[in-house]
Write a protein that binds this ligand. Structure first.
Ligand SMILES: [Fe+2]
Ligand SMILES: [Fe+2]
Length: 423
């Protein structure tokens, strides 16, 4: 098919076919890499316009350079498609302030919008496209009555404009919701926050970078709000942690139904940092109890939430345990498992639930809602890192002993040699 016998309806149908093929490529690639079905692209329907435009450019360029030697042609395809990809990324970032894809972690990338590996991939795809796909599509097109092509192109165009308008509206709504979350975060209920996050689930799964974007922006905002509060914590925690009394009636009264519960006692059998989970959660609960009392917070909820925060009964280094599925990541999964276990055996209020489910923040996307949760999250990290440092130091000390011994042996040998010489 040459340019002479191509009309507008041909162009629209080509555009539809190639946008659809692009969608299939992206769906297969993303579903495989993310191990679940992903409806790729920012359109609701099964079309990715970027591929349609890319194909149009390649057809046009190929018309101009089809007599060139193959290596030059591949190079030109690569450059053209890379330029289109870069421009699309740039426009989205400028207009919507969103990074829909990000190659920052790939080698030889330019501003994260394009990278060498994918440019090579695009060039190879373009070659396959002009050699096999486009000729086949052209033959198919010629076999169809022009009136059908005409009807299809009108229906497609109407559909396309509608989808485009709704998709732009959904991206705009997403931006608004994020802004709303920033400003109202501490006034919203957990259910409302959950609802907002769920409402753009499709966009988030289609563009994994959006999650990182929300994460960075929201967390930066929330971090600002609570940073002064958090900054004052280490100074308070240290004396509290060091001045622990073996028995404190109120503390044990608050947790009386939990810490001797048959199921909860099983935590003794599971190893955490360098102690059992039971010891770890008791430590975290105690320091959180003292800290939140100091700050006049709801120390009862803080203590109970802190005690239940790691209520998971498996070895987190062993992913074959039945409670944690192999494909899942302990860091983000165990708060859910802990909450589930806790609710099976105890009554939890909103603050306690928030403490358990958000204690891994900022590893998990949604930040805590209550000051009590920040206390526990902070104390947990603080004590865990202390436990880690202790363990590390004892390892280093053990290792340090060996070279010291060698050193003294070497000294002795030297001294012996000197003595022999003197003799
Ligand atoms: Fe934890
Ligand atoms: Fe913990």
């Amino acid at each position: 098919m040459t340019f002479d016998n191509i009309n507008v309806s041909h162009l629209i149908v080509f555009f539809a076919i190639y946008s659809f093929m692009g969608w299939i490529i992206e769906v297969v690639y993303r579903s495989l890499t993310q191990r679940q079905f992903i409806n790729a692209g920012f359109f609701f329907g099964p079309f990715i316009p970027l591929y349609g435009f890319g194909a149009a450019f390649i057809i046009f360029i190929d018309f101009l350079i089809h007599a060139w030697p193959l290596p030059f042609k591949i190079l030109v395809y690569g450059i053209i498609l890379t330029a289109i990809e870069y421009l699309t990324g740039y426009i989205f970032e400028k207009i919507f302030k969103l990074k829909l894809w990000d190659y920052t972690n790939n080698k030889f990338n330019l501003h994260g919008r394009v990278c060498l590996l994918f440019s090579v991939f695009w060039a190879i795809m373009a070659l396959a496209f002009v050699t096999f796909i486009h000729p086949a599509a052209s033959r198919f097109m010629q076999s169809i009555e022009p009136v059908y092509l005409y009807a299809f192109s009108i229906i497609f165009l109407l559909y396309y404009i509608t989808d485009f308008v709704f998709s732009i509206a959904s991206i705009t709504a997403f931006r608004k919701k994020i802004a709303y979350l920033y400003s109202e975060y501490f006034n919203l209920s957990n259910a409302e926050i959950e609802n907002i996050f769920d409402s753009f689930k499709r966009l988030r799964t289609a563009f994994p970078n959006l999650s990182r974007y929300i994460d960075n922006s929201i967390n930066a905002e929330i971090k600002n709000k609570i940073s002064s509060f958090l900054k004052s914590l280490p100074g308070k925690i240290l004396p509290v942690a060091n001045g622990r009394k073996p028995v404190e009636d109120e503390f044990y009264e608050i947790i009386h139904d939990i810490y001797e519960h048959e199921e909860f006692l099983k935590l003794r059998e599971h190893y955490h940092h360098n102690s059992s989970i039971y010891e770890h959660v008791m430590d975290v609960a105690y320091v959180s109890y003292k800290t939140s009392k100091y700050f006049n917070l709801d120390y009862r909820s803080t203590t109970r939430g802190a005690l239940l925060h790691d209520f998971f009964l498996y070895d987190w280094r062993n992913h074959t345990e039945p409670e944690l599925h192999e494909a899942k990541f302990h860091g983000t999964e165990h708060p859910k498992i802990a909450l589930n276990n806790a609710q099976k055996h105890f009554e939890l209020n909103e603050i306690e639930k928030d403490i358990v489910i958000k204690h891994m923040w900022p590893l998990t996307l949604v930040p805590p809602k209550y000051k009590e949760s920040y206390v526990v999250s902070f104390v947990d990290k603080y004590l865990a890192s202390r436990e880690f440092v202790k363990k590390y130091n004892s390892k280093v000390r053990k290792r340090m002993k060996r070279p010291a011994a060698d050193h003294s042996i070497r000294e002795k040998r030297k001294r012996n040699k000197n003595l022999q010489h003197e003799e």
